[in-house]
Structures are given as structure tokens and as C-alpha cells.
Ligand binder design. Structure first.
Ligand SMILES: *Cc1c(COP(=O)(O)O)cnc(C)c1O
Length: 363
């Protein structure tokens, strides 16, 4: 009779890949506050008449059935809305999932290139998948380091490039020619991603920079201007060839019936998005101009639905706002963002409350 050898003593959970073990979890703690300006969500929900329409449509559906495998109806409606070839559209529960899948597609065992500071999900996924993360510091005015990125794109790779326009978390928008120069520097060895989560609040629509280029992707989301963060829906606009590869990485039936239905209703009535984006832009400019002569804080210009506030003491400013019922996001630990809080634009009433609270600080 043979007995199997005693297993050699291994460290607990050593089956978990080293890259996963050494990656810290996504840093976010939910805090309750009456005025929530910490996640760049829309301050307003889907308009009530569209909610009612979506609920009516949901009532007629069979929840016991699997949804469309690749959400074909929804993908076609997105394609029509964006004037894009439907075979170049990929949908997932939030564009964060697309960031993960693109990292799997082009970053794993390769390079993930972006700027610093950058959107934390890029570096989180890159770290989890054990890709080599390369971050080029932004210029002091937060503009893209075009030459440094171009040099890396020319000499490095293969891999994945993330460019965010408007940039998160600064809200900076680059000149279209600079964005184009960086994307142009990304040759065949690179997959170049333009993350456009906030494009509705800015002067740039990057579709023209992506269209007709096989290795380029625009990432868009229903979480911000569309006011549907709770639904979890994001999409990629890319070439049919790249979409076919990306689609292989998407798990089957990944966008559920509820999300597909509500998003379809929203896409049939997109007027509210344009209207609200215009209101958000007007409110952003009102808030920034009201803060222009603040004796202590500096509000930085933005082309998104949020802005950075530079303070001498981020912790004190954060706690002061929270004591007035206003929750914002600290960004002061990020490179170049010493003392900075990130504040979403809310409703006019919420913005008034913010300005009143900031007005209490005079030294
Ligand atoms: C909010 C945001 C997204 C959207 O993520 P979802 O998963 O679609 O909610 C994507 N990229 C950036 C830079 C963002 O700030």
C-alpha cells in the first residue's frame, strides 16, 4: 500500500498569486453624509418619467431567462447613438470591468503605461495582473507629458496605454493635438485606450481620434453624465477586430436584463443627458468663479463634473466640510496633489451649501 507523501509545509494561502497578495485592496470607505460630493456621480437620478417607463418595461420581461448573450439590442442602440459600427461596441457592468479586461488583453506579462497621478483602477488592475506599470509624471500644469510618453511608446511595449480626457483626478483637458500626438506615438505594439468617462462635461469628443484605428479604444460609461452609476454599465468603442478579441474576455451574459432595459430606455431619450451636462458645466463655472478670491483655498480649473481644491491642510478642510454635512474625496496623498480635495459638482442647492461652508474659512 502506498501512502501519499505528506504535503510540504507551505505558507497560508500561498496558492494566491504573489501579485494578488502584494496588491492592496481598492481604497474606498463609504461614509454617510447628506451632501455627497465624493464620487463624481450625477446629483440627479434618471428623470422620473423614464424611470416609470423602464419599470413598466421590466414588468413585462421574463426574469427567469438569461439575457441576450452579448446584449445585442443594447449594443446596437449604443452604436446608433454614438454613430459607431455595432461590431466595434463591447458592453460590461461598468467601464471598470473593461479596464480589467483590457489589462488582461494587452497588459498581462506586458507593460501598462499611463501618467502620474492617474485613475487608481488602472494601476490596481495592472498590479493584480502582474503587468509592468510605467507612469510618466504630468507636467506641473497637469498637461500630458507628450514627449516622455512618446519616447516610452516608441522604445517600449508591447502593452497598454491609458490616456484619460478630461483627466482624472485633476479635471484637466489637453489640447486635441497633444492627445492625438500621444495616440499617434502608440504603434502596432500598443493598445491605446482613451478613457472618456467625463467627456460630456468637456470640449473634447474623442471618437474622431479612435475611429478607423484598429488598436484604439474609447471607454465610455453610464455612471457619470447619464446618472446611472447604480446600474453598472460601461462600453468600449473600438475596431471590429479588437472588439472581437475583447469580447472573448467578457464573461457570458455579463450585463443583466435590468441594466440592459433601463439603459435602452435612457438611450431612446438622451436629451436629458445633454441638458444636465450643460447645467453641470454652468454650475462648475459658477462654483469656480465664486472661489476665485478665496483667502485660503485654491480651486483648480476643470473640464469635468468635479474639481480639485488645494488647501493648506487637507485633513482639516475635509473634516470641516463633513461637519457641515458635505462629503468630498481626499486626494492629498497622490503625487503632485498635496493638500488637494476632489469635489463633485452637485445640485445648485448643494453647491450653495459647499460655498457657504468654504466661506466660513478665512485663515
Ligand atoms: C468614474 C470613472 C469611470 C467609470 O467607471 P464605471 O465602472 O463605468 O462606473 C471610468 N474611468 C474614470 C477615469 C472614471 O473616473
Amino acid at each position: 500500500m502506498t501512502t501519499s507523501p505528506a504535503p510540504t509545509q507551505a505558507a497560508p494561502l500561498s496558492g494566491v498569486r504573489e501579485a494578488v497578495r502584494r496588491t492592496p485592496a481598492y481604497p474606498f470607505t463609504a461614509i454617510d453624509a447628506p451632501i455627497k460630493l465624493d464620487q463624481n456621480e450625477s446629483a440627479l437620478d434618471l428623470p422620473p418619467e423614464l424611470r416609470a417607463l423602464a419599470l413598466e418595461r421590466l414588468a413585462t420581461q421574463e426574469w427567469n431567462r438569461y439575457p441576450d448573450l452579448h446584449a445585442d439590442t443594447l449594443r446596437h442602440k449604443i452604436a446608433a447613438f454614438e454613430d459607431w459600427d455595432p461590431s466595434g461596441v463591447v458592453v460590461t457592468p461598468g467601464s471598470n470591468v473593461l479596464i480589467k479586461l483590457l489589462t488582461e488583453l494587452a497588459g498581462l506579462h506586458q507593460t501598462v503605461l499611463s501618467v502620474q497621478p492617474t485613475f487608481s483602477v488602472y494601476t490596481l488592475e495592472s498590479s493584480l495582473l502582474g503587468a509592468e506599470t510605467v507612469l510618466m509624471p504630468l507636467n506641473p500644469d497637469f498637461s500630458l507629458p507628450v514627449e516622455a510618453l512618446s519616447a516610452e511608446l516608441g522604445g517600449g511595449g508591447p502593452g497598454l496605454l491609458f490616456v484619460t480626457q478630461p483627466h482624472a483626478p485633476t479635471g484637466h483637458l489637453d489640447a486635441e493635438a497633444d492627445v492625438r500626438a500621444v495616440l499617434d506615438a502608440a504603434g502596432e505594439g500598443w493598445i491605446a485606450v482613451l478613457d472618456e468617462a467625463y467627456h460630456q462635461f468637456s470640449a473634447l469628443d474623442g471618437r474622431a481620434l479612435v475611429r478607423g484605428r484598429e488598436n484604439r479604444v474609447s471607454l465610455r460609461t453610464f455612471s457619470k453624465a447619464w446618472g446611472l452609476a447604480g446600474l453598472r454599465l460601461g462600453y468600449a468603442l473600438t475596431s471590429p477586430a479588437l472588439a472581437a478579441h475583447l469580447q472573448k474576455l467578457v464573461s457570458a451574459f455579463n450585463v443583466n436584463i435590468l441594466t440592459q432595459t433601463v439603459a435602452e430606455v435612457a438611450l431612446e431619450h438622451p436629451g436629458y443627458v445633454r441638458e444636465r451636462a450643460a447645467q453641470t458645466i454652468a454650475e462648475r463655472e459658477r462654483v469656480l468663479s465664486a472661489l476665485r478670491h478665496h483667502p485660503v483655498y485654491t480651486a483648480l480649473p476643470s473640464q469635468a463634473n468635479f474639481f480639485l481644491l488645494r488647501t493648506p491642510d487637507a485633513d482639516a478642510a475635509y473634516r470641516h466640510l463633513l461637519s457641515r454635512g458635505i462629503l468630498v474625496r481626499r486626494q492629498d496623498k497622490l503625487p503632485m496633489l498635496e493638500g488637494c480635495l476632489r469635489i463633485s459638482i452637485g445640485t445648485p442647492e448643494q453647491n450653495d451649501a459647499l460655498l457657504a461652508a468654504l466661506g466660513e474659512i478665512s485663515q
